[in-house]
Write a protein that binds this ligand. Structure first.
Ligand SMILES: NC(=O)c1ccc[n+]([C@@H]2O[C@H](COP(=O)([O-])OP(=O)(O)OC[C@H]3O[C@@H](n4cnc5c(N)ncnc54)[C@H](O)[C@@H]3O)[C@@H](O)[C@H]2O)c1
Length: 315
């Protein structure tokens, strides 16, 4: 049985990952931490702590006190927010990862660190972007994610730390709000559709990006951490995807459920430029081959579930 510390557990992914990990390994085995107070759903059920993951001593003390063997490291500044304050994005994304990896090295913990499709840039192939290809990102977020993948590889190769990670695409969920990424539109559109029957989108209608529904992202993270290490070649940078969406396609699918839904476009050039620098579709055959990755949700099943869940919680 694992004993887990999660950093950044109050975010869009963390708040759902905590629940799934507690179901899997037991409530007391999963310590949820964040720099800010955690949502009630997380803090009312199982151990929690306020933790600045940049603080090496605090990470070490929290993990030792919990008798951890694994850290899921989710604390980060995301792409759009990172471009507003690149220096802060660099400090937090690199500083938190460094302290987590150092504690893991000392204590022989396993570490899961999400990377992102933001590791790719304008010179990467846009269609079926390969697992191994040109990575020259143009955002500070992407730069920290490339550096993070390399640092995790380094700790594995040099010190034998069991580091693993996936390059999440844009993630769609109805739980915690998204944290300021370029793909936030694909979450906002559902909330606005259910509440107001209309949405003003900040990306162009034809801007296609790789996406995934949150239950698949959670399953991918847990499945990779449980995978047989002897099968893993790539470890810290697996491409994973489930669908490839642009605002027009998603709006059309939402209209199948809410026929009066309308969408208009007011393109934010900053976020549009970030999206244009990323892949449209990606090749995730390495994840399929090395740890049997396979998403359960497609556009139809995800949209149906999002609308049903939000209709219950918002109306
Ligand atoms: N959500 C997505 O679509 C997506 C896509 C690709 C990759 N990712 C990656 O997944 C991870 C989690 O993303 P998310 O969407 O849940 O982000 P989020 O912004 O929703 O949550 C991040 C959490 O980190 C916390 N945090 C920030 N600084 C901290 C610090 N110094 N110490 C401790 N906690 C701190 C924040 O309070 C927040 O709760 C990140 O590494 C992100 O880059 C997310």
């Amino acid at each position: 049985m694992k004993r887990i510390v999660i950093t950044g557990a109050g975010g869009q992914i963390g708040s759902e990952l905590v629940t799934s990990l507690r179901e899997r390994y037991g409530t007391e085995a999963v310590m949820a931490t964040d720099i800010r107070p955690l949502p009630d759903a997380v803090s009312n059920d199982g151990p929690t702590a306020i933790l600045d993951a940049q603080d090496y001593n605090a990470v070490a003390q929290t993990a030792l006190a919990h008798k951890a063997d694994t850290i899921f490291h989710l604390a980060a500044i995301l792409s759009a927010v990172g471009e507003e304050n690149p220096s802060k994005a660099y400090d937090i994304n690199m500083g938190t990862l460094r302290s987590v990896l150092e504690v893991a090295r000392q204590e022989k913990y396993s570490v899961f660190t999400p990377s992102s499709i933001a590791v790719f840039g304008p010179t990467s192939p846009k269609e079926k972007t390969p697992q191994n290809t040109v990575m020259r990102p143009t955002t500070m977020y992407g730069i920290t994610k490339v550096a993070g993948e390399l640092l995790c590889d380094y700790y594995h190769r040099k010190y034998g730390v069991d580091t693993r990670g996936v390059r999440y695409p844009g993630l769609i969920s109805y739980g915690a709000p998204p944290g300021g990424g370029t793909t936030d539109w694909a979450v906002d559109i559902f909330f606005q559709a259910v509440e107001k029957n209309r949405y003003t989108c900040f990306l162009d209608k034809n801007t296609t990006l790789p996406m995934m529904y949150m239950p698949d992202a959670i399953e991918a993270s847990i499945q990779l951490m449980e995978a047989d290490p002897n099968r893993l070649v790539h470890r810290n940078a697996f491409n994973v995807t489930a669908m490839h969406l642009n605002p027009q396609t998603l709006a059309n699918e939402i209209k199948q459920h809410l026929p009066n839904f309308t969408i208009e476009y007011k393109v934010d050039q900053h976020r549009e430029a970030i999206a244009q620098s990323w892949p449209r579709t990606i090749d995730d055959r390495a994840a399929k081959h090395e740890w049997d990755w396979s998403p359960k949700y497609n556009l139809k099943s995800m949209t149906a579930e999002m609308i049903t869940e939000l209709s219950h919680s918002l109306n």
